[in-house]
Design a binder for this molecule. Structure first.
Ligand SMILES: NC(=O)c1ccc[n+]([C@@H]2O[C@H](COP(=O)([O-])OP(=O)(O)OC[C@H]3O[C@@H](n4cnc5c(N)ncnc54)[C@H](O)[C@@H]3O)[C@@H](O)[C@H]2O)c1
Length: 404
């Protein structure tokens, strides 16, 4: 086993290495932070498929699903193995840690590493549901965030972009230099051109979610009352030009429209439903790539402090609505809303005032920079309280294999 002392090496919000012990501790902390539920079934729980389970909202869905609903089933993500020179990706280590928690909780989770957009993965999952999980899937949570997708039907590869639609967008944004010193800058993003919108919709819209449901339905694997949820975001007017009214927003609108058509079909065939869940802003590898979102999230935390609702609490609420432990609450467009704390008028007013006042000189008093900076580091397992970063750690942790 290779053991090394790991120090964070990064370019902007991207880090070269991930810390296995930090990642493990983070998952353990998430598990602790998720409240217990009296409604968890004693025996084999419902069968769930969670796509995008190694990070962000998908990881929260997995941890909260274990704790609030006693799920078993299949977790899919796309992570890189450790090599001689590089650690594995953080999601690899978080997956190993999640597998340990599931084992301790006595829940049968199988973790698959590969491209969820491929037919190979869909077949592998369908075979597993058939052979290991009684041939019936109760829940599918779709939480993929990816820059590219190859459509297996045509072989065409699509690339998503983060651009405004119609005209260029100038926004304030937050960056940190190598020493972690913050700077508020203005960046301009040119408008979507050519087929940018179609490409982004093809990656982050509902096409692959629908393909999954059709594939599993075609194999007769959807249980009576089957429910599926895909994650969506609306966000603040401050980020609307680049997010909700931009190329990614077009993809989210497509995802939400897909939910409506899927739901009609599922209702008729298995008495099931498909919905989107609109979640609040969180620091994830995907969200930090969006211009302005880092500044916005730092200010949001500055306003809300500990009242900023972490993903695992939002996903606990989601599972409660799915299992019936809490009433299903849908907005006028049929979406589950777990972002109400973020979009509350007083919160948005306060964030907007701070946004207007934000400069490199004032930012420290307006945003919770320590939290934001540490959250970015925690995406890679660094800055996790309780971890000894001077100790050498084994980096060649194996991907969890299911016990037979
Ligand atoms: N982060 C936010 O602020 C926020 C807010 C609301 C909704 N959401 C939504 O939540 C969803 C997940 O986003 P996130 O921020 O948690 O992302 P993330 O980057 O933290 O996680 C993405 C996950 O997708 C997996 N993945 C990527 N490509 C894959 C592929 N080809 N095959 C299989 N797995 C793949 C990754 O391994 C990882 O598990 C997205 O739909 C996003 O729009 C995010």
């Amino acid at each position: 086993m290779s053991e090394r002392v790991l120090i964070p090496r990064n370019r902007g919000f991207l880090f070269l290495d991930s810390h296995p012990a930090g990642c493990e501790r983070l998952v353990a902390d998430m598990w602790q932070a998720c409240p217990d539920s009296a409604d968890v079934p004693e025996g084999a729980g419902p069968v769930a498929l969670i796509i995008g389970s190694s990070a962000g909202y998908g990881l929260a869905a997995t941890v909260a699903g274990l704790k609030r609903a006693g799920i078993r089933g299949i977790m899919v993500s796309f992570e890189k193995a450790p090599t001689e020179r590089r650690t594995a990706t953080a999601g690899w280590y978080r997956t190993a840690a999640t597998a340990d928690i599931a084992r301790t909780a006595g829940r049968d989770l199988v973790f698959l590493n590969g491209d969820a957009f491929s037919d190979t993965m869909k077949n592998q999952v369908a075979d597993l549901i058939e052979q290991r999980f009684g041939g019936r899937l109760d829940y599918l949570i779709y939480s993929v965030a990816a820059p590219r997708r190859t459509d297996p039907a045509t072989g065409t590869t699509y690339a998503s972009v983060l651009k405004p639609i119609g005209r260029a967008n100038r926004t304030k944004t937050l960056v940190f230099d190598d020493q972690g010193v913050p700077e508020v800058r203005e960046v301009e993003t040119g408008p979507a051109e050519g087929d940018d919108v179609e490409q982004t919709v093809a990656v982050m819209g509902g096409a692959d979610w629908e393909r999954w449901i059709e594939h599993l339905a075609g194999r007769g694997l959807l249980a009576e009352g089957f429910a599926t949820v895909a994650l969506s975001y609306i966000g603040s007017p401050l980020t609307a030009a680049i997010y909700r009214q931009g190329t990614i927003g077009a993809a989210k609108a497509h995802l939400e429209a897909t939910a409506r058509t899927l739901s009609e079909r599922l209702d008729k065939t298995v008495g099931g439903r498909a919905v989107t869940s609109v979640n609040g802003a969180a620091v994830t590898q995907s969200s930090t790539a969006i211009p302005g979102i880092a500044l916005y999230t730092g200010l949001l935390r500055g306003v809300l402090g500990e009242d900023l609702v972490p993903p695992v609490h939002q996903l606990a609420a989601l599972w409660d609505q799915l299992t019936g432990a809490a009433p299903l609450a849908l907005d006028d467009e049929g979406r589950i809303r777990l972002d109400t704390w973020e979009l509350a008028e007083d919160v948005q007013t306060a964030v907007t005032e701070r946004w207007a006042a934000a400069t490199t000189d004032t930012i420290a008093g307006l945003a919770d920079l320590d939290w934001f900076h540490a959250e970015v580091q925690r995406l890679y397992g660094f800055s996790v309280p309780g971890v000894d970063y001077t100790a050498a750690v084994a980096t060649d942790i194996p991907w969890p294999v299911p016990t037979s």
